[in-house]
Design a protein around this ligand. Structure first.
Ligand code: KG4
Ligand code: ZN
Length: 374
């Protein structure tokens, strides 16, 4: 069967057409076309995603992207038709993200998907964006791929701009959140700290670039052992590292950076790089420490890391070192760490099969900004 999937939970608009088969036991996918539009440039002046602006951009871009995926998947130009009046060219099911995310942004994808489903008289399946991030480790930006057999229990660390969660599962689609952030998400902390240092949005890649350079220049030692002219010594905190649960907290770390910056006064490039390095080290230390603790307690066999922050090189390296050889450690391909509609199509297919191909009444689907995995 052929699935058209739509992602609009934040600042990326994505539409994919994929051919799927094999059911739950041997799901396999072939990407026929995948297109996306990033709104980073539009939100950058605000230092973060502005929900109503995101909605407006999604509404503008969805019909354009739809024409584009059809054009690519058919291998020939379409007669220009306007928006959702497009003829259905062999799509059997539509999958759309319905949460978590920014509700105005989610609604734009949902309304578009509903119109298409009604027009084409096909089913619509709502997808949890976080389940998409979990499955993204098996995805490819193009071509064919499958979801191989993996060893359960699985622990998934999801780290994005909106979420930091540890999820445990003994089977697909039976998730339990065992730890989450009490305040800021890891990606959000990266973005906020970058903003404090006047680095452009999104801050994660910027901080990471500075930190990598500083780490590799031979002076990559913690700031705590350094004696500078403007500050004598500091080490940023690793919040709730030793708490008994698997929760995270990053807002104290962010505040510590703020105080430090105030104390230093004017930041030169070198100081920015040192702060970036120590901040990245602190976030990664906490993420890894909690993941190891959960892995040991639940005798986990496979670890899946997903979400925008999963492309952080330091996190990838340190995870590999910490988990050793007896555990399968899976990261998405770089192109699929961020938000994309390929992972939504994959999750849509598995859920469609799990629900015995029954789908909810299309008009019942609503955006759920705070949707949780269960
Ligand atoms: O999953 P995602 O694309 O969107 C959400 O669902 O939130 O994640 C975006 C987040 C942003 O906060 C961004 O700064 C962060 O992922 N990010 C990174 C890196 N690349 C993106 N954080 C740390 N290091 C990176 N290399
Ligand atoms: Zn995401």
């Amino acid at each position: 069967m052929r699935i058209l999937s739509i992602e609009t939970s934040c600042d990326d608009t994505g539409i994919t057409i994929m051919e799927v088969k094999g059911g739950i036991k041997k799901p396999s996918f072939k990407i026929l076309a995948n297109v996306s539009n990033s709104q980073i440039k539009i939100h950058a002046p605000y230092g973060g995603v502005y929900p109503m602006l995101a909605k407006r951009e999604h509404i503008k871009n969805l019909p354009i992207l739809l024409e584009e995926v059809f054009k690519i998947s058919q291998g020939r130009p379409l007669r220009i038709q306007k928006g959702p009046t497009l003829r259905n060219l062999g799509i059997n099911l539509i999958a759309v993200t319905y949460g978590p995310g920014l509700e105005p942004a989610l609604w734009s994808g949902i309304i578009f998907a509903k119109e298409l489903a009604k027009k084409w008289k096909i089913s619509l399946i709502p997808v949890n964006h976080m389940e998409g991030h979990i499955l993204s480790v098996f995805g490819k930006p193009k071509g064919k791929f499958t979801i191989p057999k993996i060893n359960f229990p699985v622990l998934s660390l999801l780290v994005s701009g909106g979420h930091t969660e540890l999820i445990l599962f003994k089977n697909w689609m039976q998730y339990k959140i065992i730890g989450e952030t009490l305040d800021d998400a890891a990606g959000e902390a990266f973005d906020k700290v970058a903003r404090m240092m006047n680095l452009p949005y999104p801050g994660g890649p910027q901080i990471s670039k500075l930190a990598e350079k500083e780490r590799n220049c031979g002076e990559g030692r913690p700031l705590g052992i350094q004696k500078g002219p403007t500050f004598s010594s500091f080490v940023l905190p690793r919040p709730i590292l030793h708490s008994k649960n698997f929760d995270f907290s990053f807002s104290g770390l962010k505040t510590a950076v703020l105080y430090l910056i105030k104390k230093i006064g004017t930041l030169d490039e070198k100081t920015k790089a040192k702060i970036a390095l120590e901040f990245e080290n602190a976030v990664v230390d906490v993420l890894i420490h909690k993941t190891i603790k959960a892995k040991e307690k639940y005798k986990v066999k496979t670890i899946i890391v997903g979400g925008g922050v999963a492309c952080n090189k330091h996190l990838q390296r340190e995870m590999k070192k910490a988990m050793g050889k007896n555990i399968a450690l899976l990261f998405p391909e770089n192109k699929l760490t961020g938000d994309n509609s390929i992972m939504i199509g994959m999750a849509g297919y598995l859920n469609y099969i799990k629900n015995n191909k029954k789908t909810r009444k299309t008009f019942n689907i609503k955006a759920k900004g705070n949707l949780r995995l269960k």
